[in-house]
Design a protein around this ligand. Structure first.
Ligand SMILES: Cc1cc2nc3c(=O)[nH]c(=O)nc-3n(C[C@H](O)[C@H](O)[C@H](O)COP(=O)(O)OP(=O)(O)OC[C@H]3O[C@@H](n4cnc5c(N)ncnc54)[C@H](O)[C@@H]3O)c2cc1C
Length: 519
């Protein structure tokens, strides 16, 4: 049975391979080492910071909680992905009236391994807002973020989904948007020669998606750095108010039991990039004092509807996500996208059981899912639970729920424009299927979050950036207020939602903050 083993992917030189330490057995000896910089987490933020530091000639250790899997070793199934590449079987949900799943990965490459690799530049108004509300020098940051985004686009092969990989899921959406006169586009993604295998969310077994485990993290090793995988950091190490390293114990990726201790000391600084849910918790558990810690947690919650077409759509043939519209980012505050979910997840979204479910599932080849993600203004908190994991309290307010409802009504309209016979709205209280003359049922639908099966995958805040230490955990250099040698370089530092997919922004911000320490 394939389980969560930790391997070192090929191709890597033998010396680089020797600098990857991972759980091997409960009898393995402890590990102690010293480097210039420690980076906690190897996802979008951590990998981007680590490679900038390594290219400047520093010795960097990337310490990652999850296992390192090569693309050809990714699990085939959604179940396997959740078991092997997600933290705690993907069990983190919002603590609110609605228990919405918070989707993240825990493996070398972080959530970039299971995401759709969509690339969107940080819109200029985001920096203006950070300047106005958080005292950041927005103009200076904007120029540097865009400069790094140029570089990252080149290095990670940011390209428009090629025509052969679009599939009907995406071309139907483009046709519908054109008919409605809505501005939209085929997506740009970090993918080299995408074949449209429809497997982004399980990890691209073809190795086409440019997640950070196949580029920046191997580069850090080749440049003389270290990677510790299956190595969850438990505590930061201090010398007074200076952070001087990290410690924890290797974890068996199968049993999740802990083994030998590791301690990695940092001569210069520690960057924490463990994600918007984990970084605030690690800082809090390590004793960092900040009244803003765990505050301003935000997200772009999203969900979708299925259009049912007479002819097969085969939504898993073609890019998982290949079409989008950002025309409604400001008003009402939405992003519309296509999203092919695997058959097992489609089955989970269809109400009913037994023969009724089988009957409904027979239409699988004929359904296409289009989604709306809300640029939400609602705010929540992330705090450590008694057992050490994150507790996320977050719920969309009435205004944001109306935006979500509006988005679902808009993608429903698109489906009918594209020729769908019916739409499955998936909203509690509405009929299983609606026709073109029933879109008003969605417009008038409930605003109770419990009536919607939404998820959170774009996360922000928890260690927000602000010039004011009472409002933010980090300053505009990513440095934790009141401490030396401690930086945050992930989504947790972003104080607002941005209304577009966040990976490009996170990578560029992390790069800017790493670059500050090398120049
Ligand atoms: C299904 C899905 C699809 C998405 N699609 C897109 C998309 O197409 N485009 C886009 O821009 N964004 C997308 N996103 C969002 C994007 O992937 C995230 O915003 C981004 O990866 C977050 O970067 P990060 O560095 O904050 O965290 P992550 O990338 O999640 O990395 C955090 C890493 O830190 C590790 N870690 C946590 N705790 C510890 C610890 N104590 N010690 C050591 N390591 C630790 C984790 O295991 C993880 O590997 C998607 C997300 C999901 C879940």
């Amino acid at each position: 049975m394939s389980t969560a083993r930790s391997t070192t992917p090929r191709p890597l030189s033998d010396t680089a391979r020797g600098r990857h330490a991972t759980f091997t057995s409960f009898a393995q000896p402890g590990l102690e080492t010293e480097v210039d910089f420690v980076v906690v987490g190897s996802g979008a933020g951590g990998a981007a910071a680590a490679v900038v530091l390594a290219r400047a000639g520093y010795r960097v250790a990337v310490v990652e909680a999850g296992p390192w899997r090569a693309p050809e070793d990714y699990p085939w199934t959604t179940y396997g992905t959740i078991r092997d590449l997600f933290p705690d079987w993907g069990s983190l949900v919002t603590q609110s009236r609605a228990l919405w799943p918070i989707v993240q990965a825990s493996c070398v490459g972080g959530s970039t391994v299971i995401n759709s690799a969509i690339v969107v530049r940080t819109p200029g108004d985001v920096f203006t807002r950070w300047e106005r509300e958080y005292g950041i020098d927005g103009r200076a940051l904007e120029a540097r973020v865009w400069e790094h985004q140029d570089r990252i686009e080149r290095e990670l092969s940011a390209t428009v989904v090629p025509p052969d990989a679009r599939g009907l899921l995406n071309t139907l959406a483009m046709d519908a948007a054109e008919k409605l006169g809505w501005s939209s586009h085929y997506m740009v993604r970090y993918a080299k020669d995408c074949e449209g295998a429809g497997q982004c969310l399980q990890g691209c077994r073809k190795g086409r998606k440019q997640s950070t485990n196949v580029n920046y993290i191997p580069e850090v090793l080749e440049r003389g750095g270290y990677v510790l995988s299956t190595a969850p950091v438990k505590d930061l190490l201090f010398d007074g108010r200076r952070v001087i390293g990290v410690t924890g114990r290797f974890q068996d990726p199968e049993t999740r039991k802990f083994g030998a201790r590791f301690t990695v000391r940092a001569r210069k600084a520690v960057f924490v990039a463990a994600s918007a849910t984990q970084t605030p918790v690690l800082l809090a558990k390590s004793g960092i004092k900040s009244r803003a810690l765990g505050t301003l947690f935000r997200a772009h919650p999203g969900t979708g509807v299925f259009g049912v077409y007479d002819d097969p759509v085969d939504q898993n043939v073609g890019a998982t996500q290949g079409w989008a519209s950002t025309a409604f980012r400001q008003d009402p505050g939405l992003k519309l996208e296509t999203l092919a979910i695997p058959p097992e997840m489609v089955a989970g979204r269809l109400p009913g059981g037994g023969t009724e479910l089988i009957r409904r599932f027979r239409e699988y080849r004929h359904v296409a899912m289009w989604v709306a993600a809300v640029r939400a203004e609602s705010v929540g908190t992330v705090k450590p639970s008694l057992f050490g994991g994150p507790v996320v309290k977050y719920q969309l307010d009435e205004a944001d729920m109306r935006k979500l409802r509006k988005g679902l009504s808009m993608v429903t309209r698109m489906h009918f424009e594209a020729g769908a016979r019916e739409v499955i709205p998936g909203i509690f209280g509405l009929p299983y299927k609606i026709g073109p003359d029933q879109i008003h049922l969605i417009d008038e639908g409930p605003t109770d979050p419990r009536c919607y099966v939404a998820i959170l995958s774009h996360l922000f805040g928890g260690c927000p950036m602000s010039a004011d230490p009472r409002q933010g955990v980090v300053d505009e250099r990513g440095k934790v207020h009141g401490y030396e040698g401690l930086y945050v370089a992930d989504a947790s530092a972003i104080p607002t939602t941005i209304g577009v997919n966040p990976q490009h922004t996170i990578m560029a911000l992390a790069s800017v903050w790493a670059e500050n320490l090398v120049s």
